[in-house]
Design a binder for this molecule. Structure first.
Ligand code: DAT
Ligand code: MG
Length: 139
């Protein structure tokens, strides 16, 4: 059964470029409810751990540097079919491939600086949510 929660981060380029409010608006308009949210900045240690699955990829160093370069907004979102529906809302990893009307199509700068993270499975949504939020911070 599909879980009804997913995890997102509005990445440093989105905050830096002043797109935070517009992206949150798109998320709410798409029917997601916010269950937890915080403005924070990742330490190098946190970014390395969060993206550990990509540790062997050539872009890992650049990814960690970018994700620690400025504030992010982390959030837990709820909706039926949350993981798949949120991946559809954000669009492809590379904004050049992202469908019209998606968050990355509107707001991502590039494949590396792509405005928003969305969990890729129910299992990772759970792990990533608890990586960023304690039980007391989740509604
Ligand atoms: P997604 O964020 O769409 O799930 P992913 O999990 O494959 O994509 O990669 C995680 C992040 O790493 C991605 O949002 C941006 C960065 N990234 C992925 N592929 C990259 C590449 N070829 N060059 C630079 N950054 C890349
Ligand atoms: Mg991913």
């Amino acid at each position: 059964m599909a879980s009804n929660r997913t995890f997102t981060m509005l990445k440093p380029d989105a905050i830096e470029n002043g797109h935070m409010g517009k992206i949150i608006d798109m998320i709410l308009n798409a029917g997601f409810e916010i269950k937890a949210m915080k403005l924070t900045q990742l330490t190098e240690e946190q970014a390395k751990e969060f993206y550990e699955v990509h540790a062997e990829r050539p872009f890992y160093g650049e990814l960690v540097e970018y994700m620690t370069s400025g504030p992010i907004v982390a959030a837990i979102l709820e909706k039926d079919n949350a993981v798949a529906d949120f991946r559809a809302l954000i669009g492809a990893t590379d904004p050049a491939d992202a469908a019209e009307g998606t968050i990355r199509k509107y707001y991502a700068e590039s494949k590396g600086r792509n405005a928003v993270h969305g969990s890729d499975s129910d299992e990772n949504a759970e792990i990533e949510s608890h990586f960023h939020f304690t039980a007391a911070e989740i509604i």
